[in-house]
Ligand binder design. Structure first.
Ligand code: NDP
Length: 385
């Protein structure tokens, strides 16, 4: 056992993943100590967390609310604002690991800064690897730091691979719940409401990722994330629908054997494994009751009715700036859908149109990725006005 707990900074502590990470810290205090917390606009909640967890370093990305947060946070807490504040928190000298659980693309600069400062990163924010997988993994290799996957599917694959070489892998098989519209006829998708799309059958998550689960863009983003995390080309990344969300993903090896990772659906499992890896430690989480489960089902995804998967395959195969463009256009369209000013299928139609209009830059630098991201946001917003 290590002689002290791992010091972890949580970026996005007020969100669904952030709260699960705090639960993990409570569950395994000998292994995980929280040393920094960051949010965007939840000033009161961040102040409460800083007090409850006795954390001295905090950041609120929206600086206009910083005074509010300062008033409510315990005296003596070092609070900063803005993107620079996130970067400062991600590079705290006492941090061993930075958990990136910020929704959207705002986690990219802090993630790269953490790597540059020699910190391991635990990545929940899939946008980071989708936009800049090549740059992030190259920087991590150069610095000799770890990129530990927190997304349950990638954490499952990470557990199944246990360091095996990608040449031994014939397929990474990501499981997908299928979302709330798994059985909905294609003709009815145009009429689905925001409330129906937010009603995920198996996972409790933030609103953006829940809509992505309904369109299957979430699985598409995960395909690209897997491509970079595990260094396999898109042709070896597959998807299978598994409505119970108990098998979190699988690896098929070249000898046709398959390893799978299973657990109760709770993000505390992958978060804990990312923190304690390569060790496993006891916790308060419930084990699986196989007799109660009774059955695990699998079915092929509806590729034609949910075009997000093919768009992601295309973006991941073509690479360059295209995944960043896909991701940005999707964020714009999802935000509009959540505002109830867009029909559901318009999400993927907007993404496709934006991807078609983009001139891809191969092996982009960070600035080119960010440029493509801004371009796509503007273009997609233009399509929706
Ligand atoms: P939530 O919407 O629940 O939480 C998002 C968190 O990010 C909040 O703490 C929010 O702060 C913070 N945040 C948002 N924008 C910024 C910003 N610009 N700067 C700093 N902080 C910001 O999202 P989730 O927890 O569901 O998801 C987080 C990430 O993890 C996403 O990328 C998602 O795809 C991924 N993920 C989530 C899973 C889940 O089960 N929830 C599973 C696998 C991956 P505030 O409260 O102030 O808005």
């Amino acid at each position: 056992m290590p002689d002290r707990p791992k010091n972890v900074v949580i970026l996005g502590s007020t969100g669904s993943i952030g709260e699960s990470a705090l639960k993990v810290a409570r569950d395994i205090p000998d292994r995980m100590r929280v040393v920094g917390l960051a949010a965007n606009r939840s000033a009161e909640k961040l102040a409460q967390q800083l007090a409850e967890w006795d954390v001295q370093e905090g950041c609120l990305a929206d600086s206009t609310l910083l005074d509010d947060c300062r008033r409510q946070a315990p005296a003596g807490v070092n609070l900063r604002g803005g993107e620079d504040g996130l970067v400062e928190l991600a590079t705290l000298p006492e941090a061993d690991m930075v958990l990136i659980a910020i929704v959207g693309t705002a986690g990219l600069r802090p993630a790269l800064a953490a790597i540059e400062a020699g910190k391991d990163i635990a990545v929940a924010s899939k946008e980071i690897l989708v936009m800049a997988g090549e740059a992030v993994m190259t920087a991590a290799r150069e610095k000799g730091v770890r990129v530990l996957p927190v997304d349950s599917e990638h954490n499952a694959i990470f557990q199944c691979l246990e360091g095996r070489n990608s040449s031994e892998v014939s397929r990474l098989i990501l499981t997908a719940s299928g979302g709330p519209f798994r059985k909905k006829p294609a003709a009815e998708l145009a009429e689905v409401t925001v409330e129906q799309a937010l009603n995920h059958p198996t996972w409790e998550m933030g609103p953006k990722i829940t809509i992505d689960s309904a369109t299957l863009f979430n699985k598409g983003l995960e395909m690209i994330e897997a491509r970079w995390l595990f260094d396999v080309e898109m042709a070896r990344v597959d998807v299978i629908v598994h409505p119970q969300s108990i098998v979190h993903s699988m690896v098929e090896f070249v000898d046709s054997s398959v390893l799978a990772q299973l657990s109760v659906t709770d993000m505390c499992f992958p978060i804990q494994y990312a923190v304690t890896w390569p060790e496993r430690v006891p916790n308060q989480l419930p084990p699986l009751d196989f007799a109660e489960l009774a059955k695990l089902e699998f079915e092929a995804p509806r590729w034609d009715d949910f075009p997000a998967l093919r768009l992601a395959q295309r973006a991941g195969t073509e690479g360059g700036t295209l995944p960043a463009v896909m991701n940005a256009a999707n964020e714009v369209a999802v935000a509009k859908f959540l505002e109830k000013s867009l029909r559901f299928p318009k999400i993927w139609e907007t993404v496709e149109e934006t991807m078609d209009a983009h001139a891809v830059v191969a092996h982009p630098k960070l600035e080119q990725i960010l440029e493509a991201d801004s371009w796509a946001r503007e273009f997609a917003a233009g399509l929706l006005t």
